[in-house]
Design a protein around this ligand. Structure first.
Ligand code: AMP
Ligand code: MN
Ligand code: MN
Ligand code: MN
Length: 316
């Protein structure tokens, strides 16, 4: 057997995972594989998120910034220093059947050109879109929104509707970001600007070519017909996608049951993630989620060889 080099052992990419704790077949690993930092539309820096994940009992974490991987190194370093296992992550914006759908990528090589270039292209349209959103908002009596939103942005390449929402709350026009989306930023509202994101097949390919696996994020959030939803799952599978979020901060208990059924029907692994953005805005905190249904294969079992693990502490 080949000895492991010190560097591979320190991130553990070549070591098998030790058996995961289960009770009655339920995997009890506290994995949170969906969260956002200031590198996209979260309000906490990657290292602050790592500390919060650790304090909340998370054992395996992934930072999944929208269309961005600029926070991965800091997130992984902070996680490993705290004794947390880590998977690389991102959440790619995709246009499918005229609707925006999010695909989470996990466990990819963050330096691989397929993912680096694909995400750069996806981010590319955001500034022009933001200027159009600001023009639309000005028409309904909210001037200066581009500059206002920019003040909330941590990464100039990643200006999102969330940053506009925070600016509009600041103006006093709405009391929270949910109200802003309801009144101004959701599809059909005056500040909504239709945008063409990545193709579904492209997003899945960027992730898998870079050695990772693709997961359909929060499927209950999309306004797809029954036929469109069936097409999403079957095309995703044909493109090589392997997982679906069953337990997420955006699902009700009934929705979790529904998408557990989809996972069984389509032979997908199940993922679990809070989609945490901010202590002030997010309903579910990092790691504070129900466990996955016992019969579904957890996403992290398929990604075992891609998990970065903290170096074992030296024996006394
Ligand atoms: P964008 O990628 O610029 O279209 O922004 C999408 C982001 O807006 C999502 O990732 C959420 O963080 C946020 N968002 C979307 N809908 C809502 C909503 N109804 N309430 C609060 N935040 C939302
Ligand atoms: Mn977001
Ligand atoms: Mn999302
Ligand atoms: Mn998200």
């Amino acid at each position: 057997m080949l000895p492991l080099s010190a560097s591979s052992a320190s991130v553990g990419l070549l070591r098998p995972l030790s058996p995961l704790p289960t009770i009655g077949g339920v995997s009890l690993l506290n994995a949170d594989l969906h969260s956002h930092s200031t590198v996209s539309d979260g309000t906490l820096a990657p290292d602050v998120l790592a500390a919060r994940a650790h304090a909340n009992g998370v054992e395996l974490w992934a930072l999944t910034d929208h269309d961005e991987i600029g926070g991965q190194k800091q997130a992984r370093q902070a996680a490993l220093a705290l004794g947390l296992c880590y998977l690389t992550g991102t959440e790619i914006s995709v246009t499918f059947a005229g609707e925006t759908v999010h695909i989470v990528g996990l466990g990819f090589d963050e330096d691989h050109p397929a993912i680096v270039q694909g995400l750069a292209a996806t981010r590319g349209g955001r500034e022009a879109r933001a200027r159009d959103i600001a023009d639309e908002l000005a028409r309904v009596g909210i001037p200066g929104a581009f500059e206002g939103a920019l003040r909330h942005v941590g990464n100039p390449e990643l200006i999102s509707r969330t940053h506009f929402a925070r600016y509009i709350v600041e103006t006093g026009k709405c009391s929270d970001t949910n109200e802003v989306f309801r009144k101004y930023l959701a599809d059909g509202k005056p500040g909504f600007v239709p945008h063409r994101w990545a193709g579904l097949g492209d997003a899945v390919r960027w992730i898998t070519e870079a050695g990772g696996q693709a997961v359909i994020a929060h499927p209950a959030r999309y306004k797809l017909s029954v036929n469109e939803e069936f097409a999403l799952f079957s095309e995703f599978k044909q493109h090589g996608g392997t997982g679906v979020e069953v337990i997420t901060g955006s699902h009700t208990a009934a929705e979790a049951v529904k998408y557990a059924g989809f996972a069984r029907e389509f032979g997908l692994a199940a993922s679990r993630g809070s989609d945490f953005h901010s202590p002030a805005e997010s309903r579910i905190d990092l790691g504070k989620l129900p466990h996955l249904p016992a019969d579904l294969p957890p996403m992290w079992e398929r990604l075992a060889s891609r998990i970065a693990r903290p170096a074992p502490t030296a024996a006394p």
